[in-house]
Design a protein around this ligand. Sequence first.
Ligand SMILES: NC(=O)c1ccc[n+]([C@@H]2O[C@H](COP(=O)([O-])OP(=O)(O)OC[C@H]3O[C@@H](n4cnc5c(N)ncnc54)[C@H](OP(=O)(O)O)[C@@H]3O)[C@@H](O)[C@H]2O)c1
Length: 288
Amino acid sequence: MRLTGISDTYVLNNGVEIPCVAFGTYKAAEGDNVEILKRAIACGYRYFDTASFYGTETYLGQAVKASGIPREEFFITTKMWKDEMGYEAAKEAFAKSLERLGTDYLDLYLIHWPQPSPDCREWRTIDAETWRALEELYEAGKVRAIGLSNFLPHHVENLLKNCRVRPMVNQIEFHPGHTQETVVAYCKERGILVQAWSPIGRGRVLEDELIVELAAKYSVSPAQVCLRYALQRGVVPLPKSSSEERMRQNQDLFSFELTEEDMYRIGAMPPAGWSGEHPERERVRVKR
Ligand SMILES: NC(=O)c1ccc[n+]([C@@H]2O[C@H](COP(=O)([O-])OP(=O)(O)OC[C@H]3O[C@@H](n4cnc5c(N)ncnc54)[C@H](OP(=O)(O)O)[C@@H]3O)[C@@H](O)[C@H]2O)c1
């Protein structure tokens, strides 16, 4: 599929259209204000990725309201945190997120992590119960699509065994140097759209020699190389930025195309920029 701009969409496995680029909101309300989010809307972003954990839902809700743009023109995703999992807790978490966002429906709701903690042995039951709550919210029309985040194939398998509604999305860490190919292939084969969190490795891969070389070759920035790589892999990038210039740059991804050879080179580059996060490990402090 040829994408021409950030409003172009993929179709999820339930028929809902989702824009091909989002705006990430982690740390996007610095100083407790809505300015960054208002700026992102003014720059043309309509798809926003937030989470109860980020503390940005309220600010996003305020920015959307202040824009005067109809709610239906936005695509809003939020996620429940690790301590909001379980059937009852998930429903309560959903209601609180709606309230903070000042909306009466969500476009996409995700389980943020598959395990409340790395040593949690009951994750299978907890995930299944949480998913049952999401299915009911979906069937009641309160959310247009439901999905997962940071789920590895065995976590997804556990849900697929008994679910009534198949997950539509899995949001994972994905950037040059850390592309989690096993997860990507598994999701693609099952019609689950993959989304890239930290698509520019939160800045950690911008000085990698291959990324710098390709940025010069295509006359774009290293960040644009990373974002274009996700797009060409059919993965939805969710870049966050605070500056208008970088917000605009991160949308300017459609006037160049990485060659097949360069796509392979990025896919096979040495590991780089991993956040140190993995659902089954305590956070690893990675040397930079
Ligand atoms: N599901 C999950 O577990 C999970 C985990 C982490 C993140 N996320 C989501 O994914 C979103 C993006 O991930 P992220 O915020 O961790 O990292 P990111 O988008 O990869 O990187 C953001 C950082 O890169 C800088 N930046 C942005 N555009 C740039 C450009 N064109 N050139 C140079 N630097 C640039 C930003 O600085 P400035 O702000 O100064 O521009 C910021 O420091 C989050 O906001 C969140 O919505 C999800």
